[in-house]
Design a protein around this ligand. Sequence first.
Ligand code: APR
Length: 262
Amino acid sequence: MTNIDEQLETAARIVSESSYLIALVGAGMSKESGIPTFRGGDGLWDKHGEPPMDGYQRMLADPAAWWAERQAQRQSQAGDELTRAIEEAKPNPGHIALAEMERRGYLKHIITQNIDNLHQEAGSEAITEIHGNRTKMRCVNCVRRWGRDEFVPKDMPPRCPDCEGLVKSDTVMFGEPIPPDALESCFREAQRADAVLLLGTSAAVYPAAEFPVIVYRNGGKLIEVNPQETPLSELCSAVLRAPSGHVLPALLEEVGKLDTGS
Ligand code: APR
């Protein structure tokens, strides 16, 4: 039996025996949907450099200008490449396998760092989007959200009809605090989990990378699906060095075999 088969068997046993399995998802999960990652050697930040860390503060300083620029669709090179890729992307077999794992009761919650809405399109329901969702708008004050097409700005910059707060894309900008409702949900899920699937994340960004460590410290088990090593690899009980679009359908099948005894 090859090492990956052994790792797959170990991972399947952890999934099958877990009572509250969650997933922490990163950009690698959507790579096979044609969306570039940020790091890992061929990512957007590798190619174009990281964007300034004060984008949010600059937006707050002049929200009308930010909105004007956004509407003029004058975006950074990375932004154009990312936006175009996301608009054309469809869920890949990894997203579909995760949705099936939720449907069969194995997977209780997805914490995703991705803003691409592909988990929803694949049929997953229990999702927390720690970096927001590009198809939504959000009030930065009361955190009310709207579908992008259902929010029609009356004034510029747009104001929340409930609290007059500034409305922007739900996508969390560099320098922007994680929305409190999303952060609270992530910590709650991490505290409940006894196992975590680490799917396509470099575990380089906090607080997202902290959630698997909480589960580990509570005695939970980690499974990593990533062609490359990450700072969390050494905490994992199973490591699957392969693309998530290949591994997750195989993992779902292996768990099914365990549960039917076949
Ligand atoms: N399947 C699984 N993993 C993959 C695949 C694949 N097909 N292809 C690449 N990867 C792995 C890479 O090895 C890398 O470890 O996916 C990871 C992607 O890492 P990042 O690009 O850093 O993405 P992520 O971890 O989601 O970044 C976190 O950083 O800039 C911010 O807001 C951005 O949400 C993002 C956050």
